[in-house]
Write a protein that binds this ligand. Structure first.
Ligand code: ADP
Length: 171
């Protein structure tokens, strides 16, 4: 770890995370790690059945933590599976758990030497976390993280998510 290194460069893009040409893409998974809807389903479809077979060996993942697998048929060499909190109104530890997802994902990236990482808007789909506070946590957490990751791309699937990141990045 080079303590004098500046933090990661942040980029915002609209699109499908499964086509990202980065070292690692992050999956917004559920605690079983056995696939689901949304971005999780898209990543499993694009990576191929080897990904599910590998995930079966991992014994799930607690909310706020992250586990890493190969990317199999993806352009990305790695998939970092993290489990975001389900939104229950914001008073059940959701912000801390969401921040932990970003920190733990970067820790897994550092462990394998991944220097570029693409994140989806974790928890903001099926798990119901409102886009604006989720984007603020995403940006603030990666900006304050101690990591060797050099490039972080936030991938927005739609314009609402994008506007939330634009606001968070201009704060
Ligand atoms: P969660 O269960 O954590 O809420 P979802 O997959 O339902 O996970 O949604 C997380 C975010 O990922 C949402 O903003 C959703 O629009 C977005 N998303 C869904 N599919 C993709 C994709 N292929 N690439 C990037 N983002 C995606």
């Amino acid at each position: 770890m080079n303590e004098s290194r500046p933090g990661p460069r942040l980029e915002l893009a609209v699109g499908d995370i499964t086509t990202e040409q980065v070292d690692a893409i992050v999956n917004a998974a559920n605690e079983t790690l056995l696939g689901g809807g949304g971005v999780d389903g898209a990543i499993h479809r694009a990576a191929g059945p080897e990904l599910l077979a590998h995930c079966r060996t991992l014994d799930g993942c607690p909310t706020g933590q992250a586990k890493i697998t190969p990317g199999f048929r993806l352009a990305a060499r790695w998939v970092i599976h993290t489990v975001g909190p389900i939104w229950h109104g914001g008073h059940q530890g959701e912000p801390k758990l969401l921040a932990s997802c970003y920190r733990e994902s970067l820790a897994r990236a550092d462990e394998v030497g991944a220097h570029s990482v693409a994140f989806p808007a974790i928890s903001t789909g099926i798990y119901g976390y409102p886009a604006a506070p989720a984007a603020k946590i995403a940006v603030a957490t990666v900006q304050s993280a101690t990591t060797d990751v050099e490039l972080i791309r936030f991938i927005c699937f739609n314009n609402d998510a994008c506007a939330a990141y634009e606001a968070a990045l201009s704060d």
